[in-house]
Design a protein around this ligand. Structure first.
Ligand SMILES: Cc1cc2nc3c(=O)[nH]c(=O)nc-3n(C[C@H](O)[C@H](O)[C@H](O)COP(=O)(O)OP(=O)(O)OC[C@H]3O[C@@H](n4cnc5c(N)ncnc54)[C@H](O)[C@@H]3O)c2cc1C
Length: 396
């Protein structure tokens, strides 16, 4: 479906075509089994890493492909249309590299980033805790300075790739109390560091091939050169990473919706009732039209926010809008895809029931959609805020 893509150059189109081919030919046949077995497809990340997909939007001097976010997000969409667990994993990996890429020293970047962006080292991003999800400043995990080291204690919750990652980007308190927005710092912790314990993965409704686990730190000792950025800068870094991450989740949701619509269209063109294909019944045709409208709106919103990012303009509120529109849209589109397939949609013979289960989490992680509204409404409190986006785009 190349027509649905908005691309700047033939090279970008070639990358998308390559990813589309790899997803449909090599990975699509594995999806159902891995999801059913709740097995983590580590090989898929190696394969995508070899294609450069794990560092698309990171600059070439850091080891990435140096392409615009707009291209990266369309790549993510292609992956999500086939395998949401992998697409979310790629997005979370990019999130886990953000701190190092934006706030790491040259020495830190040279030490770790090339392996991360090539997929040799897969990352996890650890902000949430059992009592600090929507309100990350409530975090209680501590990192106390001890000579040339930090010693970490506490529990991180809901870590995507927890127990499977090669490194963890972790926010922990170097000072202050739970509830303080100050005093949080960012650390890079390699897997296998003594004192890092991964619990059993959560038993989830969807994204079953994407492991999510609690990570505990029990007197984990890490050299001070594993701190990324200054002491106290951690929450700022974490939230900036989430702005970019929300675009990633919006792209995953848009791809998931597209995957569901594609299945629904194919089914509706072939299934006949009352002597005609069901797509010709207005009740179904209009449902498909609404699904198409939701996807086109999600994609436009997402790419408009990505363009602001690529231009170096503020885009936090627009990223929240994109996440909200795309994930609420994905919930509706995937639910309607099940409806289009009738009884067949409710079985595991078709992927739409899985898509519907996968859409639900996208309204929850990287800031619930209630929190996206908090972010957007706070931006609207600023004088003249309503006109900012259109002005930025007009001037760009
Ligand atoms: C599968 C999965 C993967 C995840 N991966 C990661 C990961 O890799 N790294 C990571 O750090 N975290 C991860 N998370 C955590 C996720 O980001 C949190 O679950 C999410 O931010 C919500 O936090 P919570 O679950 O504690 O809900 P709570 O914060 O307890 O919220 C409960 C409800 O209250 C609402 N609410 C809370 N505050 C407000 C408010 N001010 N106004 C209106 N409504 C409000 C919420 O919207 C929600 O509906 C993951 C979660 C899941 C389920």
């Amino acid at each position: 479906m190349p027509a649905r893509r908005i691309l700047e150059s033939p090279e970008h189109a070639e990358l998308l075509e390559l990813v589309r081919t790899v997803m449909s030919k090599q990975l699509a046949p594995q999806v159902a089994q891995y999801e059913a077995d709740e097995r983590f497809p580590r090989e898929a990340f190696r394969l995508l890493g070899e294609l450069g997909v794990l560092g698309v939007a990171y600059s070439e001097d850091l080891g990435g492909l140096g392409l615009p976010s707009e291209v990266y997000l369309q790549v993510l969409e292609e992956i999500a249309a086939v395998w949401a667990s992998v697409a979310v994993g790629v997005s979370v990996h990019a999130l886990s590299c953000f701190a190092l890429a934006t706030r790491g020293t040259k020495a830190q970047q040279q030490r770790w980033l090339p392996k991360m962006l090539s997929g040799t080292m897969l990352g996890a991003y650890s902000l949430s805790e059992p009592h600090a999800g929507s309100d990350p400043a409530a975090m209680a995990t501590t990192a106390r300075r001890d000579g040339d080291d930090y010693v970490l204690n506490g529990t991180k919750a809901w870590v995507t790739h927890g127990g499977y990652a090669d490194f963890y980007t972790v926010m922990a308190r170097t000072s202050g109390q739970p509830g303080d927005r100050e005093g949080i710092s960012c650390f890079l912790i390699p897997a296998g560091t003594p004192g890092l314990i991964a619990d059993e993965p959560e038993r989830k409704m969807g994204l079953t091939a994407s492991p999510t686990a609690s990570i505990r730190f029990e007197n984990l000792r890490i050299p001070a050169d594993h701190r990324i950025g200054d002491e106290g800068e951690g929450l700022k870094i974490a939230l900036a990473a989430l702005d970019a991450g929300r675009l990633g989740i919006a792209a995953c949701a848009t791809g998931l919706s597209q995957g569901a619509l594609d299945v629904a269209i194919a089914y509706a063109q072939n299934r006949e009732t009352f002597e005609r294909p069901i797509i010709q019944h207005q009740g179904i045709g209009f449902m498909l039209a609404d699904m198409q409208a939701a996807i086109v709106s999600s994609r436009a919103t997402l790419l408009s926010a990505a363009r602001l990012k690529d231009l170096g303009l503020p885009y936090a509120s627009e990223a929240s809008v994109a996440k909200l529109i795309a994930t609420d849209g994905a919930m509706r589109v995937t639910t309607d895809a099940v409806q289009v397939l009738g009884g067949a949609g409710y079985t595991r013979d078709f992927p739409v029931e899985r898509f519907m289960r996968e859409a639900k989490i996208m309204q929850i992680f990287e800031g619930t959609n209630q929190i996206q509204r908090v972010v957007i409404s706070r931006h609207l409190e600023r004088p003249g805020a309503g006109a900012i986006v259109s002005k930025q785009l007009a001037l760009a």
